[in-house]
Design a protein around this ligand. Sequence first.
Ligand SMILES: Cc1cc2nc3c(=O)[nH]c(=O)nc-3n(C[C@H](O)[C@H](O)[C@H](O)COP(=O)(O)OP(=O)(O)OC[C@H]3O[C@@H](n4cnc5c(N)ncnc54)[C@H](O)[C@@H]3O)c2cc1C
Length: 501
Amino acid sequence: MKKSEVIVVGAGIAGLTSAAILSKRGLSVTLIESHTQAGGCAGTFKRKNYIFDVGATQVAGLEKGGIHSRIFDFLDIPSPEATILDPACIVDLNDGGNPIPIWYEKSKWISEREKQFPGSQRFWKLCTLIHESNWIFANNNPVLPIRNFWDFSQFLKALVPSNLVTGILLKSTIFDLLRICGLSKNDRLIKFLNLQLKLYSQEDIYNTAALYGSTVLQMCQQPHGLWHLKKSMQSLSESLENSLIKTGVNLIFGQEVNSITFDDLNMCWKVSANSRKKSFNYQAKDVIYTAPPQSLLKHLKDPLERKKNYKNRLNNLPDPSGAVVFYSALKKEHIKKTFSNHYQLVSKEFCSIFVSISDDGDGRAPKGELTIIASIFTKTKDWFDLDKQTYLKKKNGFMKKISLELESQFDIDPGKWLHRELATPLGFEKWTKRPNGIVGGLGQNPDIFGLFGLSSRTPFEGLWLCGDSIYPGEGTAGVSQSALMVSKQILASKGIENFSL
Ligand SMILES: Cc1cc2nc3c(=O)[nH]c(=O)nc-3n(C[C@H](O)[C@H](O)[C@H](O)COP(=O)(O)OP(=O)(O)OC[C@H]3O[C@@H](n4cnc5c(N)ncnc54)[C@H](O)[C@@H]3O)c2cc1C
């Protein structure tokens, strides 16, 4: 039985970040990952001469003062090399109007949106006011949702007077803001917002919490911005792994955690994992669990029987989305000139397709070639329980339809593809161990966001949740904020107060 102060389950960005912070602060940490590499949904895989980003392709929070950047400074390691995305994305509503470039430069974006959505400035100004208030609060590192007095004290410390005003909108949606601004019938703006919000909050305007939506709608602009990593997304994980190695984290790959129980005799958690039929046991006072909370139903069986309410809550979590992702490569000359690394396209077949195109020479493809990744949301249950032939037929159908969409949008000759393959929720389940291949976190509607979400502090002392289902939500920046929050809570429980970056 191997002992440490903290066990972290999962080496996605949430697990790597929390392990790195706690270990840097002097705690002994064991990190257990089922895959042979780190990164999870923000990892990569290699095929022929290409490196494909599995899920995440753009990163928020790398600017000075951004969450990744603050964490890298604290860990005393360099941030991975990255360039700002300008425009962050070009959204093509395919409605006969001009595509919408989402510019990084604020003034350019203000005039673009006035051109694209005349009369909408009131709405954007309101979002900016809410966002600015949110941002000061988030940077003060609140603990949410509140579960005890200490959490409450951190929440109070983070509050600024403007939060009391925006707090009135706690239960409002983005649609409510549109209504306040007299824009509830502006179809083009609504179509645009629905596309963008689905990407960042898994919900549309009618269900995205106003406080969350206002912030994600401003992430592409100064002083924030989205970044394109050189080489691949893996460089984010590699930087964090370097920190783990420096501080002596016991980093274990290729072992899948299969049960978490409380050892009453030694008053600590026992985590069991297996690899190729061999079993391994680990012991710690604190466990950070970064797999989706739905997986606890499988891993925490005995303790959950004693907390039926919590078990019911986990059982009744809303169904998150799945993703189908198309990974491809082409010679640069075989795709029409592009003006952004990212496109979001309205498609009759799939509602929306999100496309990520590498830069020539950025490390993802040989010089003169590009990787193109296209992802769509899907219902996970549509992919399971199919016989092999039906599954393959469905998969081939999606492959053809996505190819056709890209060929028509980017003038690609169908004979010129150098590589094409598709991942379905089955592939995501295998890669990330996410049950049914669910990706992203819980939809950020007013009943789940912030104060009302699933807490990092579970009803079991010493068992903590972290990752994209926990405050403040998904994306590598979101899960890093969640990792910082859980690290603060654990340090405080050990008497190390006032920890901040
Ligand atoms: C298609 C797609 C596109 C996306 N695009 C973006 C984007 O452009 N920008 C962005 O910021 N975010 C994006 N995201 C979201 C982002 O990738 C995730 O929110 C984030 O990476 C989640 O990190 P995590 O550490 O919480 O979870 P994960 O990445 O899922 O990591 C969890 C880790 O735990 C491991 N694990 C699970 N169960 C066990 C077990 N039993 N034992 C041991 N290990 C286990 C898994 O193998 C995995 O490595 C995208 C996601 C997808 C799927």
